[in-house]
Design a protein around this ligand. Structure first.
Ligand SMILES: [Zn+2]
Length: 411
């Protein structure tokens, strides 16, 4: 039985949907959605994803880091038509051998002159020589004794090859736009009805680069990573993961940031409106080690980062407004716990210091459980205690303290 629903790209009601890889397979994407129809799915692969997967920087990155695609293949960044430096007429191909080392391969070339048939082939193609000769003879109605053959070009140990790399600075944005759009619709389903969402789905459907350039606003040129520095406290960029971040800018517009292999960094204004993002900010992590895509919202992120050295606090909030104030403060670059000489005190509800040092408290309460591994102990508070958050200088009630043997990790 097939179910009819709307395709998020062509927006037609369809009953034939395919497994859409939001992040392409060949860059090890593990994020799949099922809201793109069969036809659009193949269009996306053919016209959009390839702008990224065939990008020279991606090929070079995967090649130098030995990142094989899911099919096990290493990309060949040296593919294309090259020539010998000392013989610009002689074409050379660079094939990768089983170990991924580029091996030059001379391309068959006719060197015929009037009355004389001659050609050059790669030494590795010797076994094809008879076939080539036969073809040449047949085509020219000649017999063997009327022609001269030259098998030239024994490959040098270190041939000097001329070639060129073409690096695209614009079109790959279309592929990043597709990732951002699909992520937005998946995370905020009401986004599909947004005016800009409609425009973006049209751009993707038609692979319309000029429309993309004229009607969309990008943050960064695609390579500059400073647009991601604000998220540095949550994200560990020193790895091969991809990150997608969805948030409303302070100006109130929905923006999606895409970071691929820490090579491409692009922000795209996805709407002129503020769109309700569940959990205010969503970070999607394509985890190459764990072979999965996982999302974290602000609540989970705040929990991840509300650590100071070896402590992680669990809070109780009296209202959603208090929680929001807390979360927004934790996202600030200048967020910190109030401390004296690096030591965090615990306060009572009136704002007086009750314990000069957390350790004075945790040493008096039994830890309540071991959390998975025994590197983390949880101390539940048996009285009302608060920590002071800076720079807003506000007390938040702590109900438990986790003490870690190791500082927390980023996503
Ligand atoms: Zn469609």
């Amino acid at each position: 039985m097939s179910i009819e629903k709307q395709c998020i790209i062509c927006r037609k009601t369809k009953d034939n949907f395919n497994d859409e890889h939001v992040i392409p397979d060949s860059i090890l994407g593990y994020y799949h959605i099922y809201s793109v129809c069969y036809d659009c799915n193949s269009l996306m692969g053919k016209n959009i994803d390839c702008k990224l997967t065939n990008h020279k920087l991606i090929e070079l990155y995967r090649y130098t880091n030995g990142l094989r695609g899911k099919s096990g293949k290493l990309p060949n960044p040296f593919k294309g038509d090259h020539t010998m430096k000392d013989d610009p007429e002689q074409g050379v191909r660079l094939d990768l051998n089983a170990d991924g080392i580029p091996v030059p391969h001379f391309i068959y070339r006719s060197l015929s002159t009037p009355g004389k048939l001659q050609f050059a082939i790669d030494a590795k193609d010797r076994n094809k020589k008879d076939l080539i000769i036969k073809k040449l003879l047949d085509r020219n109605n000649l017999t063997n004794d009327q022609v001269t053959f030259a098998e030239s070009k024994i490959v040098d140990e270190n041939p000097i090859i001329s070639g060129e790399f073409k690096i695209d600075f614009i079109e790959f944005r279309l592929a990043i736009l597709k990732i951002a759009y699909e992520f937005c619709v998946d995370m905020c389903p009401q986004y599909i009805n947004d005016t800009k969402a409609l425009e973006i789905s049209q751009i993707l459907l038609n692979a319309d680069i000029s429309k993309m350039k004229s009607s969309l606003h990008f943050f960064g040129d695609g390579f500059n990573d400073t647009i991601f520095s604000a998220f540095g406290k949550f994200i560990d960029y020193k790895n091969e993961n991809h990150y997608l971040i969805l948030t409303n800018q302070q100006a109130g517009k929905l923006v999606c940031y895409v970071n691929l292999f820490d090579i491409f960094h692009l922000g795209i204004e996805m709407s002129n409106e503020k769109i309700k993002v569940p959990g205010k900010i969503i970070i999607g992590k394509n985890d190459i080690q764990r072979k999965m895509f996982q999302t974290y919202n602000i609540y989970e992120l705040a929990e991840n980062i509300s650590r100071n050295g070896n402590y992680e606090f669990h809070y109780e909030f009296s209202s959603e407004a208090e929680f929001e104030q807390f979360s927004l403060n934790e996202l600030r670059k200048d967020f910190n716990f109030f401390s004296i000489n690096g030591i965090i005190p615990l306060f009572d509800s009136a704002g007086n210091i009750k314990y000069d040092d957390i350790e004075q408290k945790v040493s008096t309460v039994e830890f309540s459980n071991l959390d998975g591994d025994n590197t983390l102990n949880t101390y539940s508070m048996n009285e009302n205690l608060y920590v002071r958050h800076m720079p807003i200088n506000k007390l938040f009630k702590v109900i438990a303290i986790k003490r870690k043997a190791f500082p927390g990790t980023k996503v």
